[in-house]
Design a protein. Sequence first.
Length: 182
Amino acid sequence: MPRPAEPGRTALLTAGTRVAEDRGLRGLSINAVVEAAGMAKGTFYHHFPDRRSYVIALHRRYHDALAEVIGAQIAELPPGAERIRAGVTAYLDACLQTRGTKAFLAQSRTDTDLLDEVHARNQLVANSIEPDLREMGWADPGAVAHLLVAMVAEIALTELYGGRPREDLRAAAAELIDRPEN
């Protein structure tokens, strides 16, 4: 009879987030994860077939948690600029407060195991804000959404490395969001 995935899977993912925060994705070895979790290496392989699938699970878990925070902030808002601004603010604030942001936002862009995941997640977010941009009058909301995702990710990285919110960048992004093409 197979063992249930929980709580071992969760313990491994939690340990991996700590390791990624402390050592980055390059330092995220299976040995480091099981040591941080206080588990045997065999337990890791019970839950994950390899490092790649584990790193993907970590990345998804990180972004799913961010999505929950953002969703709670925008749930009651109608499509449009206010909803996008609220989502951007929630995302940026959460990135500053969430363990693993450096690894899962910055380093994941260059980790070959995560490139497809990063692109897929960015496309998912872009698709989710297209209706807002369409409501605002943008003629090509897909292209604008793609650029908005890239812009907000860059702001998040700037804030992360600076250790504080960049109100000037947030204000500039809000101004750009409010200016649909004519």
